[in-house]
Design a protein around this ligand. Structure first.
Ligand code: E4P
Length: 273
């Protein structure tokens, strides 16, 4: 499974690439705002074009998702083309992030505008990351429209299930991939019992029909979700920096380090240093 870093924070992105474990970057408007606010709060003035250029250079040949902010097909296509023209020349690694459905509510007229934008941009050879996917059906339509990446939002599914059940939780708390019984009821959203269940069902659909789209498990909040996304066969997982850091931690590893360090034979060190 490829690992993308889910961040617009240049320091985090640089670190992940230095460690050699990042295969790409995903950003979204909220992540970009967080990164910009952090710099501005330190009194730094920020030239957004040069900042994004540095992210692209850091990612090298690996894909970087930059999201549109427009919500109608025409606007998303125009903005997607502009983002691609402006930034893809830097390192040839830009993909355009398009919401699967940019409507704000059920009776909006813009439901298929995301699908239209995906179809048009991919038709021009521009890779697209289809974002805000919450059902396997949305993933199927995104795959049919030609999305390069399809991003099911696992953590937000778990949030939604827990919130509707009025459970107390922290966003990083593990939520069982197999589903949770709460007050004698299986928590589910139209047959989806967890965020990882959504990821797994999306993987099954693209695999079953041989779509070239890759499933990019998004909105992952803890390391066990990363493991489960990998076991579900997700092609990619995009991870916040904190989750990447947590992936290496284990108390027995620390204990083992202490034990080995206590047993070091000084002559061995002399010989090998
Ligand atoms: C990445 O592509 C998504 O935008 C991101 O993973 C969303 O994560 P969140 O639900 O933690 O905000």
């Amino acid at each position: 499974m490829k690992i993308f870093i889910d961040s617009a924070d240049l320091d985090e992105i640089r670190q992940a690439f230095e460690w050699g474990i990042a295969d790409g970057v995903t950003t979204n408007p909220s992540l970009l705002k967080k990164a910009v606010d952090k710099r501005v709060s330190k009194g730094e003035s920020l030239d957004l074009k040069s900042y994004i250029t540095q992210i692209l250079e850091t990612a090298g040949k690996t894909p970087v998702s930059l999201e549109v902010t427009e919500t109608a097909a025409k606007g998303m296509i125009t903005q997607g083309l502009k983002i691609y023209e402006m930034f893809n020349a830097v390192a040839g690694n830009v993909n355009i992030k398009i919401p699967v459905n940019p409507a704000f509510q059920n009776d909006d007229v813009t439901h298929f505008d995301g699908i239209q934008a995906i179809k048009t941009l991919t038709g021009k050879g521009i890779p697209v990351n289809c974002t805000l996917v919450f059902t396997p059906e949305q993933a199927l339509l995104a795959a049919k429209a030609g999305a390069t990446y399809i991003s099911p939002f696992a953590g937000r599914v778990d949030d939604d299930l827990r919130k509707k059940a009025e459970m107390k939780f922290d966003k990083t708390d593990y939520f069982s991939a197999e589903g949770t019984i709460h007050e004698d009821m299986l928590l589910e959203d139209n047959g989806i019992v967890s965020g990882i269940d959504l990821v797994a069902q999306c993987v099954d659909i693209v695999t079953h029909y041989g779509f070239p789209s890759e499933i990019l498990a998004a909105s992952l909040r803890n390391t066990r979700q990363v493991r489960e996304a990998a076991l579900a066969g997700s092609h990619i997982a995009t991870l916040p920096f904190s989750v990447i850091r947590d992936m290496l931690k284990h108390h027995k590893t620390y204990e083992g380090m202490k034990l080995f360090t206590n047993d070091i034979v000084p002559d061995y060190v002399k010989l090998t240093k």
